[in-house]
Design a protein around this ligand. Sequence first.
Ligand code: PLP
Length: 587
Amino acid sequence: MDVEEFRKYGKEVIDYICQYGTNIEERDVAPTLDPGYLKKLIPADAPQSPESFKDVLEDFEQKIMPGVVHWNHPKFFAYFPSGNSFPSVLGDMLSSAIGSIGFSWASCPAAAELETIVMNWYAKALGLPKAFVSDAPGSTGGGALQGSASECVLVSLITARARAISELKGQTSVHDSVFLPSLIAYASREAHSSVEKATKMALVKLRIIDADEHGRMRVDLLSQAIQNDVNAGLTPFFVVATVGTTGGCAFDDITEIGKVCRQVSSIWLHVDGAYAGNSFILPEMRVFSAGLEYADSFNTNPNKLLLTNFDASALWVRDVMNLKSALNVNPLYLRHEHMTGVDYRHYGIPLSRRFRALKLWFVFRTYGIRGLQEYIRNHMALAKKFEMLVRKDDRFEVRNDVHLGLVCFRMRTGDEPNHMLLAQINHSGKMHMTPAKFNGRYVIRFCVTYEHATEKDILEAWTQIKCFAEEILRDHQLESSSVPTTPESSERTSSEPVAPVAGKPPIKKRLTRTKSLRFSFTRSISREQYQSQSEHLMDGCTPILVVDPKTLQENFQKAADDNDRNNSNGNVKLKDISDVDTDEASN
Ligand code: PLP
């Protein structure tokens, strides 16, 4: 493509984006398709000869768009928002056009320096403790942009692991892996699954701490668990507190958790504020950030609640030297003459990094902190409006404390009708929501996500939800014996009527699509997940085999002898070191 074609098609694409945004309501919010739909429409091999860009764009509309879930649709109430805005998209376009790979100051000075400046703007806008602001007097901390909150959690955990092992090891020459089985992390059962994933990747244990009826980590249980583990010879090294849990947007008490963590020097406290951390831009929300001074690290996703398009996750640490010593590698080909500048390659997993600070800078400048505050306050007010509508209808209940943009609600029935309600709403393509298990109950999450959401969107959504619910409740009453009850629904209390539809006129027209129910986000993730029982101790280090050098030598010898014997039988088999018997090895 030459520059003139780029100019032509570039303008067409911008026009397309504008139209897409303006007319988005004409589209269904989510498709109803069967997996594999695209395979039937696109050849199995890339074209040998160039094709015209016009054809590519046409195919985009004909083949790709029908399979898109529109996260920026006014009727998208699922997950958390995928922050997006025109300034952010433009910043991202420029970042793509420049195409620099900013891993070090030398590889792109503007990317490195803007990242530092923007991370400090951001930290100050959220009112974070000065320790996280790299240009605050005496600060040893700072922040970096990462690809996702999961990455922020993993980077923090790996850094904490390195710090704990270094403390345990002292001046000895014992191998690091010897200490791995003793390391143990803690998170509430409401913490995001990325914590469990991080502990799996880092090969450490994770203890799940129960939450209270509001979905907040039980600090008394955390304290007890840490004490028990210390007594059992384990090393507590990482605690994750969450501000704005995924299931119910609950806020853990960071101050109380921080005090517990302070009692054990090896503990690193990480605070995950992927969604709600951004709300600290509002002074009235800072009641929930109290205690951040105890944290060693903190993350938020501007790509959730700060109008910045994916990907952009912010991670701040109290002492950047911890990051650097955990993640620093320094081959000759990456060295340069200005090594005193910030080299963000030491702050995360990948070497190559996009110029993400650009879009965040565009967002801060074009909205201003006041504009961003207004946007979040609007979401909060609309969530409150929705909560009020639900509470006024005694067929429904709200299960979470609504502090921000998320309302978790359900019909006052067993789980199955709620499950059906969500499945049918999502299959209509007119609205999209997701389920969660909050505080032991199946709930439907209604999250305000659209940048320009209005009261009209909320009222329309509520009207639709009620229509679907009435249909389900009516069917449920007619066929209640055929509806399978879950263990929870059979444990229903007397205050929860099964089908409170008496006196409601029947709905003549079915509201659901007649198409296949096979493809459903709701069906695919919820049923098994909400029923599964989580173990309270996840042992990520099970695959690790710690062997002392003498045993190792003996096992190698044994393997070699076995090998010789097998060879002499004409039967070649190399014994894998992982075949070694664990009991034998740990003796
Ligand atoms: N932490 C919390 C509280 C979340 O809600 C989420 C996702 O919704 C994550 C972490 C993971 O975010 P990411 O998709 O950026 O890895």
